[in-house]
Design a protein around this ligand. Structure first.
Ligand SMILES: Cc1cc2nc3c(=O)[nH]c(=O)nc-3n(C[C@H](O)[C@H](O)[C@H](O)COP(=O)(O)OP(=O)(O)OC[C@H]3O[C@@H](n4cnc5c(N)ncnc54)[C@H](O)[C@@H]3O)c2cc1C
Length: 288
């Protein structure tokens, strides 16, 4: 199946991009597999236009309804790989699609491990977004769970706000260079403890460490995997784009959390709009 542009991800960046390309008359396809980062966002209070808070899940559904109304082909599927031969072939679990342009907008990967207490303390000490929640831990001792560039990014967001940051690698070797202010603890985690809110982490060797907050930052952004596979420039987990959201490969754009910077809806929406404007210009110049 062919489209003018395939957008990977149905979050704020992908849907915002689709609204612009569809309204410019381009055959637009969006592929997404779930509600992305917003599935974990209970109440959004800092995005324009909502006098009462809206849940992340509802915002995603509103976005999908909006795209459908604008004539976007919405595909519910998981992208497995992309190849480039002058045009793009996008392989999903169920199908193969082709287009001269692709926008990568699958967000940042936030894979949670199986640790006793982790899901129970979500919103009560366990967070998946440092820039959203750091404020609640001013001056307190927090930990970041992870070992790579994403964990480093989250730790750097926390450092100026919180009292101290420990990196908990849960038995892994750190794969990024962590600054000296961050204590690295490589012990395997047994459980998270606390009465109502998170109070401490217990390790398999019987020791414990008091913490008020645990920021989960495990895994690699899947858009970055796709970009890397195609040889587009990346910087850690971030896809490198120019000021028009273009990657180092012609016709390949990226938008939202996968390009780094602020992990916020407003930034993802702006990126999406900008990437779409670039796609429209690129396709018009190809036709000439
Ligand atoms: C707990 C939490 C609370 C937050 N609270 C706020 C807040 O209050 N205010 C705010 O502004 N921001 C908040 N954020 C941040 C905000 O959710 C993100 O910055 C924003 O959603 C990024 O948009 P995006 O489109 O880049 O990625 P996402 O919203 O993550 O969307 C990515 C999309 O890609 C799809 N996808 C991923 N991989 C694949 C694949 N392989 N194949 C197909 N589809 C794929 C997913 O299904 C998803 O639709 C919060 C985040 C979290 C985690």
């Amino acid at each position: 199946m062919m489209a003018d542009v395939i957008i990977l991800g149905n979050g704020p960046a992908g849907i915002s991009a689709a609204a612009y390309t569809a309204r410019a008359g381009l055959e637009t396809m969006v592929i997404g597999r779930d509600s992305g980062a917003l599935s974990k966002a209970g109440e959004i209070e800092n995005y324009y236009g909502f006098p009462t808070p809206i849940s992340g899940e509802q915002l995603v559904h509103n976005g999908i309804d909006q795209a459908v109304r604008l004539g976007v082909s919405m595909i519910s599927d998981e992208v497995l790989g992309i190849t480039y031969d002058g045009e793009y072939t996008v392989e999903t679990k169920l199908e193969t699609y082709r287009a001269p342009c692709v926008i990568l907008a699958t967000g940042a990967s936030r894979k949670a491990p199986r640790i006793e207490g982790l899901s129970g303390f979500e919103g009560k000490g366990v967070s998946y977004c440092a820039v959203c929640d750091a404020f609640f831990y001013r001056g307190k001792s927090v930990a970041v769970l992870g070992s790579g560039d994403y964990a480093l990014h989250e730790a750097n967001e926390l450092l100026p706000v919180v009292g101290s940051v420990t990196l908990l690698t849960n038995g892994r070797e750190p794969s990024a260079q962590f600054p000296e202010q961050i204590r690295v603890n490589k012990k395997e985690i047994a459980a998270l403890r606390g009465d109502i809110v998170l109070e401490s982490v217990a390790f398999r060797d019987g020791s414990t460490q008091p913490i008020s907050g645990l920021f989960v930052a495990i895994g690699v952004a899947s858009s970055t995997d796709f970009a890397r596979t195609m040889g587009a420039e990346t910087d850690g987990n971030r896809i490198v784009v120019d000021d028009r959201m273009q990657t180092s490969i012609p016709g390949l754009y990226a938008a939202g959390d996968c390009t780094g910077g602020m992990f916020q809806i407003s930034k993802a929406v702006y990126d999406g709009a900008k990437s779409a404007t670039s796609v429209i210009q690129y396709l018009r110049s190809r036709k000439k």
